[in-house]
Ligand binder design. Sequence first.
Ligand code: FAD
Ligand code: UDP
Length: 379
Amino acid sequence: MEILLVGAGLSGAVTARGLAEAGHRARIVESRDHVAGNCHTERDPETGVMVHVYGPHIFHTDDTGVWDYVTRFARFRPYKNRVKATTRGEVFSLPVNLHTINQFYRKTLRPDEARAFIEEQADTSITDPQSFEEQALRFVGPDLYEAFFKGYTLKQWGLHPRELPASILKRLPVRFSYDDNYFAHAHQGMPEEGYTALVEKILDHPGISVELNTRFSRDMGAGADHVFYSGPLDGYFDYQLGHLGYRTLDFERFTYQGDWQGCAVMNYGEEDVPFTRITEHKHFAPWEEHAGSVLYREYSRACAPGDIPYYPIRQLREKALLADYVALAERTSGVTFLGRLGTYRYLDMDVTIREALNVVEMFNTRGADAMPAFAVPPL
Ligand code: FAD
Ligand code: UDP
């Protein structure tokens, strides 16, 4: 069959590969001038540093099938994400761990003592935290919340933590040990030659063709047996019901001769520092040596038409609009919506790959006519 795919990010690439391996012809259209979507990496010509062009990406997963899949196409180097945070004139370790607690409170607590101490700080009257703020007050108490989470979250989301769901903070652990690994997953690493080389390898199959600098229009689907669309869900329908809300990011690039901050990611917890974090890209490839350095100051703001959508907001207004777009999509035949934009969800790379592998299996089992608009419901 002839399949049209929109977007050459991980969703489009993994789906195309699966279809091509099953004997179909996969034609991808991609509006950007490169593949790999938001995990695109490229070497800075001046310093040789591998830059994570759309923000820092660390691969981490508990899904051994996905790990086996990516390591088929690229060599991964061991990499542990160790994030630091500057707040109140000091540098702390994240996620909140025993070192953070002892440094912050000027104490030398052992694990059990720290657990009891933090429980004393916590608001135990909150039994079922609903908002980000309640989750923070219940699990770390007001001092750590104010220092590390309140200002950062206001900057990141443009909303008070009272208005955000607890699920956002639940992505971060609180540890009563000195383990400062940001992710607690079985597999973690960095593709040696960057994510774009990984995606290029996935796309390297005679059944796959990629057209860059090509924006999808609905008439392109006419000759195809099915369309897999990983662009923005509202964009597919020309925003006819309105725009789904996103946060976008601005990266202020600067260079330095030497080592600017000594780590890959430094978060800034305070509200009066206008950026959320600084990324020093060469620290994502500690096996390489570069005299020069490339850094990004990262600013978050509301996404306007024409900006790159990064984080779906998924508040009440967006969920209502999303429901309307989902209903519209379900009345449209011949298209399956996937990926972080097509389903309007925050998806880590491993989840993106797993969902793409599953959608291919569904297609190969059911055939084009029985494909739903969404393999995973966005609501
Ligand atoms: P995308 O990568 O967005 O790809 C979609 C592609 O479709 C894009 O290339 C776009 O140009 C193209 N497109 C859109 N509309 C059209 C159109 N109309 N016509 C043609 N082409 C179109 N995940 C992790 O696992 N670890 C991390 O550390 C991590 N860090 C992140 C940091 C940031 C700042 C962000 C925003 C995300 C991060 N992620 C991370 C998530 C990761 O970026 C996603 O999992 C991944 O990009 C999803 O791939 P995708 O193919 O669904 O979407
Ligand atoms: N967060 C924070 N301070 C930090 C890091 C994270 O307040 O130093 C909050 C912020 O609201 C963020 C959420 O915790 O969106 C989840 O953190 P994660 O590192 O998963 O951020 P993301 O991947 O969303 O950038």
